[in-house]
Design a protein around this ligand. Structure first.
Ligand SMILES: NC(=O)c1ccc[n+]([C@@H]2O[C@H](COP(=O)([O-])OP(=O)(O)OC[C@H]3O[C@@H](n4cnc5c(N)ncnc54)[C@H](OP(=O)(O)O)[C@@H]3O)[C@@H](O)[C@H]2O)c1
Length: 300
């Protein structure tokens, strides 16, 4: 992703006007981006790879890139950074993308917080892509503030472009991890879906230009059908001639979130990025926002 000039508080105001959540996204390409407070552009829709082994991740990453995805989410914990790197390298070798076209996120896992500098190097080595676009602290844990310092050192050393945190849900969580920080997190990656909306945190983070990225955009494994068959979602889907998955993703993006639906199914991968040629109305956005019941499906 190209380096952008930082103008004060940092969310880019670009074209299209599809955002209702305080973040303006750039929709002129098949992979619309948001400008992070680090000055880098991050695609607003990406591929999640949790539960995918190296071979599966390699294939789904390659398929996703061919379909126009330019954001891939992995983590040391998933054990598939090497597969993700191979999928990206295959697309680069075939001339589909260059390294600068693709945005890779990885995460340091709690067991490595006391040795985070080495953990960053291990992730870089497994990915084999030279640098990581975004590296996150995977979740709160012993020595997470120290691990965040290591991420800052990674930025200074040119190993990482942007940094952030994951599974920090309240302003006090955010303030604790940043109290001695010199770099404000660009992204907070949290469980976030129609039944558990991070609305208050999103409002709080606006002052920092920090963007919320939704994991479990469909509610995660075991809950997707519950979300897909929600009456409000199916009615809106029928009106637009779209699938429930597409309506839900459109709600994430128009709400100002980044979404990383996980999939290893080429049909789903294609379906999930085919959402940039329609928009939900304000009424439809309000109906979906009204589905929030603060119901989390995971508690880590
Ligand atoms: N930071 C964290 O702590 C954390 C935690 C959890 C997840 N994550 C990240 O967030 C990503 C997303 O979460 P997730 O993958 O667990 O859950 P999810 O995206 O909410 O749901 C994934 C499930 O939805 C199915 N699916 C995807 N597209 C579909 C479509 N169009 N129609 C029907 N089914 C569809 C997938 O099956 P198919 O494979 O068959 O398509 C898979 O079973 C993860 O992959 C991971 O990268 C981060």
């Amino acid at each position: 992703m190209k380096r952008a000039i930082i103008f004060g508080i940092m969310v880019a105001v670009m074209s299209a006007g599809c955002s209702s959540g305080g973040v303006n996204i750039m929709e002129e390409s098949s992979s619309p981006c948001v400008r992070l407070n680090s000055g880098y552009d991050m695609p607003v829709l990406g591929l999640g790879t949790w539960t995918q082994d190296n071979g599966t991740a390699e294939n789904s990453v390659y398929t996703a890139i061919c379909e126009g995805y330019r954001l891939i989410d992995t983590a040391r914990y998933y054990g598939n950074e090497a597969g993700v790197g191979r999928g990206v390298m295959r697309a680069i070798r075939e001339g589909i993308i260059t390294r600068g076209d693709i945005f890779i996120t990885s995460k340091i896992m709690p067991g490595n917080y006391s040795d985070a500098d080495n953990a960053i190097d291990s992730s870089l080595q497994a990915l084999g892509l030279g640098y990581v676009d975004l590296m996150l602290i995977h979740q709160p844990g012993y020595n997470d503030e120290e691990a965040y310092r290591a991420l800052e050192r990674g930025v200074m050393a040119g190993k990482i472009r942007s940094i952030g945190i994951s599974n920090y849900y309240t302003p006090s969580d955010f303030e604790r991890i940043t109290r001695n920080a010199s770099i404000i997190p660009a992204v907070v990656q949290n469980e976030n879906h129609i039944y558990y909306q991070n609305t208050a945190l999103q409002e709080y983070l606006k002052r920092y230009g920090t963007i919320i990225e939704s994991w479990y955009p469909f509610g995660g494994r075991g809950h997707t059908q519950e979300l897909f068959s929600d009456k409000a979602i199916t009615e809106i889907a029928a009106k637009h001639g779209r699938t429930p998955a597409q309506i839900i993703l459109r709600w994430h993006i128009q709400s100002g979130y980044i979404a990383i639906p996980g999939s290893k199914n080429p049909e789903h991968i294609r379906e999930n990025i085919n959402i940039f040629d329609f928009a939900l109305t304000n009424d439809e956005m309000n109906i979906i926002s009204g589905l929030d019941r603060q119901q989390r499906f995971e508690l880590w």
